[in-house]
Design a protein around this ligand. Structure first.
Ligand code: ASP
Length: 304
């Protein structure tokens, strides 16, 4: 039985599929007039966000509320964290308040793993540094499966700033488990050391990967994590690794374009592509709520 969701690697194929199937049931709720289930009534979910977030934070909040949990939103700004309180002391405070689950986003890779050692409740990693973002990978897999009908055998290209991307890491692990083939496309400077050991192919040439792709996932160029110049200029980056209308037209007819958000429109993706019918960007956000409901439901209900 799994108590925490810290890495996409925590999920075997059967468990990941159970999460996706449960998310599909949760999604059917969204069409009803009353969107709530009583499942987590009386349970407390704390959203502990040390790093900025729009989608993930709102999504976890909506998910927990739709399951009738009590939700406490904690952001580092305006809390004693800005007075220097450590993660451990904050964890002990949450523990004393009886948190059943803590959803944590932190700029330090590994912070959720530490937290899991300090508290009795369930810990869900909502993004740790450049390390992992497992619920993003689950919502991406859900979106691929609902648009393309399967995951096994899909060719998925993940393009751009792989080096700083926790989305890429979690997606590679989960998609591999579920039988998809992943190609990481990036300039050599934006691929991590040791990428050869990942269960994925690598390429420096976007144009050669596009004709065979079922899915193209564009990554945000994460300037806030860049401490040096990784490419000559934004223009040069877009020219080689950006997805514009002309490149999109080289994709097979059925192929979809994804982006986890927030987008740098005009950098890794043009508005024409982002707003096209192939783009699943808005769907990904909607699916995120159903997937996070499934994760909280299964973990807190002891069902995985
Ligand atoms: N929103 C995603 C994350 O938090 C992707 C990104 O920030 O580029 O990892």
């Amino acid at each position: 039985m799994i108590r925490h969701l810290l890495s996409a690697g925590d999920l075997d194929a059967a468990t990941a599929t159970l999460v996706l199937d449960t998310a599909q049931e949760m999604a059917s709720l969204a069409d009803r007039e009353v969107k709530k289930l009583p499942t987590l009534r009386g349970r407390t979910v704390v959203n502990l966000f040390y790093e900025d977030s729009t989608r993930t934070r709102i999504s976890f909040e909506a998910a927990a509320k739709r399951l009738s949990a009590d939700v406490i939103n904690f952001s580092a700004k305006g809390s004693s964290v800005s007075k220097g309180e450590s993660l451990k002391d904050t964890a002990l405070t949450l523990q004393a308040m009886g948190a059943d689950a803590v959803v944590i986003r932190h700029s330090a890779s590994g912070a959720p793993h530490r937290l899991a050692n300090w508290i009795d409740g369930t810990v869900v990693n909502a993004g740790d540094g450049t390390h992992e973002h497992p619920t993003q990978a689950l919502l991406d897999a859900y979106t691929m499966r609902s648009r393309l009908g399967r995951l096994s055998g899909l060719n998925v290209a993940i393009v751009g700033d792989v080096l700083h991307s926790r989305v890429a890491r979690s997606n590679v692990l989960l998609l591999h488990t579920l039988g998809a083939k992943v190609t990481l496309v990036a300039p050599p400077t934006l691929l991590p050391v040791g990428v050869d050991a990942w269960p994925a192919e690598t390429s420096y040439h976007l144009d050669s990967v596009l004709p065979d792709a079922d899915v193209v996932m564009m990554l945000r160029v994460q300037r806030e994590r860049m401490d040096q110049a990784y490419f000559p200029s934004a223009r040069e980056y877009s020219r080689r690794y950006g997805l514009d209308g002309a490149r999109m037209r080289r994709l097979p007819e059925h192929a979809i374009v994804m982006h986890p958000g927030p987008m740098n429109r005009g950098m890794e993706i043009t508005p024409e592509v982002a707003d096209s019918p192939r783009s699943t960007i808005v769907e990904q956000v909607a699916n995120g709520v159903s997937v996070r409901m499934a994760v909280l439901y299964l973990l807190l209900g002891g069902k995985v």
